[in-house]
Each structure stands twice: as C-alpha cells, then as structure tokens.
Ligand binder design. Structure first.
Ligand SMILES: C[S@@+](CC[C@H](N)C(=O)[O-])C[C@H]1O[C@@H](n2cnc3c(N)ncnc32)[C@H](O)[C@@H]1O
Length: 292
C-alpha cells in the first residue's frame, strides 16, 4: 500500500490560512504564519527557504490542535501563552490582559519624563496600578537600570505572572508587587504613576469581539457603568502618592479624553499632554500636580 505523502510546511501554512479565511478571522495570513512558526520553533527564513520540508507528524498534531483553538475564537497569543510588548517577551496567564501595541504609546510618552527624572535625581520610582502581566512597569524598567517599580493588582494570578516575567527579563530585583485595589496597598511617593485600568463601559462588553469578550479577563475590561470607575479611584489618591515633580500617565478609551481630564483636574492635577495611537484615536494622557 502506498504511504500517504507527508504534509509540507507550505501546504500546512496554506491549509491553515484557508481555514482561517473561511471562518472569517480578521488576520488569517498573520495568524497562520505566527501559529505555525512558533509551534514548530522555526523562523520565517526556514519557512521561505524550505517550503517542501515535511512536518513531523507529532508536531502536526500540536499545530492542528492550536488551529482548532484559533478557529474557536481564542487569540493567537493566548494560545501561544506569551506576547511581545515594547520589545519584551511577556508570559500570559488566565487573569492577565494580553498587552496591546496601542499601550506602547503610553510608554513612549513617558520616556522623556523618566529620563529627565533620572538625570535630576539619579533614580526614578514607578508605580504601575493594575499591572496585569507587568507590561507598563517592565517596559519602563527596561529603559534604565536606575529605575525601580512597584506594581499592584487585585489579581494574585496576574501578580504571579508579572513577577515571573520580571525575573525572566532580569528585572526582578527592581520590581515588587502588592496585591490590593488601586492605592490601598501602596505606601510612599512615586515619580511616575502609570496605569492602564479597565475602562470599558459594562453595557458594551457583550458587544466586544469574541477574542476580547471571552478571552481577556472581565476584571481587566470592566470600567463600570460609565467606564470611569478606575479613573475616579486613581484620581482621588494620586496626589497623595506623587513625589514633587512627578507625573501620572494613563491609558484611556477613544472617547474618554475630556471626562478623564476633568476628573484629574478636579483632583488638582494639570494635563501636560494627550497622545493618540497609530489608528488616530485618543489613547494616553499625562498629568502633573497643578502648579497654579
Ligand atoms: C486593562 S488591564 C491592564 C493590564 C496591564 N497594565 C496592561 O497594560 O497590559 C487592567 C488591570 O487592572 C487590574 N484591576 C482591575 N481592578 C483593579 C483594582 N480595583 N485595583 C487594582 N487593579 C485592578 C486587572 O486585574 C488588570 O490586570
């Protein structure tokens, strides 16, 4: 009896892309390529230069199982268990949000402030409220060895993941975690307070894409009735924990610029800048204590 021909790399990639297209997934080509490369542990160059190489049947089963998960709406990075953020590889877990490229806008906006504070003080104390996988704190820590960070979250699972990420990146000795709601577990003053809190209105969560609605933790999404609950809590105590010359950097939803600005102005802070993401949407705000 003739043996069935082994599946080749290019045939498998094509099959995955076609199934993702047929299922109406938004980025079928990218998803197929990333799942294939990461699962087989090969590079894009391998794929391009050795398209006719047969796929090991044991690995083929793993690729097929992952393809089925993607077809059921699970995002690629959740399936892989990690995602790159600001050039750092971050592990994910059940209670961590998958860090998004748009959040890098907030890191970029804070870079000049972090550099100025370190020039002036020789150190920079960072507080990341609602750290998730640690994205914001770890990105900022990676910029300068004189920076230190405290990261909070209400999720113990997220804090475990953030700590493991810090250790894996060699940043663990400058990174500490505290479990609790916003400022409740926090003591002391910080030069940069940063947060990407949950900011989606409760009523809108059911309308989000399945990737977000069913795979990002609700705790990371739900900002309450008007989406502003976390900003209210953070604005109420930010001034108590801001060192002289310090700033607050926040990610916001596309339609929250003026509401969040009003909350922080009422709390005695002044808006220094408002940043847009690559899609042209309002994405980040920076505040400092109002000098007036
Ligand atoms: C939108 S996610 C952001 C995660 C991460 N900072 C990032 O940018 O990828 C919001 C995070 O806030 C946390 N969170 C929700 N409510 C909180 C609270 N009351 N106090 C502290 N953290 C909270 C969630 O567990 C989640 O990790």
């Amino acid at each position: 009896m003739a043996e069935a021909a082994a599946m080749t790399l290019s045939a498998l990639q094509k099959q995955m892309r076609k199934r993702f297209e047929a299922a109406g997934l938004p980025t079928p080509r990218d998803d197929a390529r990333l799942l294939l490369l990461e699962t087989l542990g090969i590079s894009l160059t391998d794929l391009v230069t050795r398209p006719d190489e047969p796929v090991d049947p044991a690995r083929l089963d793993v690729v097929n199982a992952r393809m089925e998960r993607r077809l059921h709406g699970e995002p690629v990075h959740r399936i892989l268990g990690h995602r790159e953020f600001y050039g750092l590889q971050l592990g994910l877990s059940a209670e961590t949000l998958e860090p998004r490229p748009d959040t890098e806008v907030l890191v970029e906006a804070l870079v000049p402030y972090l550099r100025r504070i370190i020039d002036e003080k020789g150190a920079c104390r960072i507080l990341d409220l609602g750290t998730g996988a640690g994205a914001l704190a770890l990105a900022l820590l990676s910029l300068d060895p004189r920076a230190t960070a405290v990261a909070t979250d209400v999720s113990a699972n997220a804090l475990e993941t953030a700590s493991a990420n810090a250790a894996a990146l060699g940043l663990g000795d400058r990174f500490a975690v505290l479990e609790g709601s916003w400022f409740a577990p926090v003591e002391g003053l910080f030069d940069i307070i940063v947060s990407n809190p949950p900011y989606i209105r409760t009523s809108v969560i059911g309308e989000l894409a399945v990737e977000v609605r069913e795979h990002d933790p609700l705790l990371a999404l739900d900002g309450g009735l008007d989406g502003l609950d976390a900003y209210r809590a953070i604005a109420a105590s930010a001034n108590d924990h801001l060192a002289p010359g310090g700033m607050v950097g926040l990610e916001i939803g596309f339609d929250q610029r003026e509401d969040v600005t009003a909350l922080f102005e009422e709390a005695g802070l002044a808006r220094l800048s408002a940043l847009k993401d690559l899609g042209g949407n309002d994405r980040a705000l920076i505040f400092a204590r109002d000098a007036a």
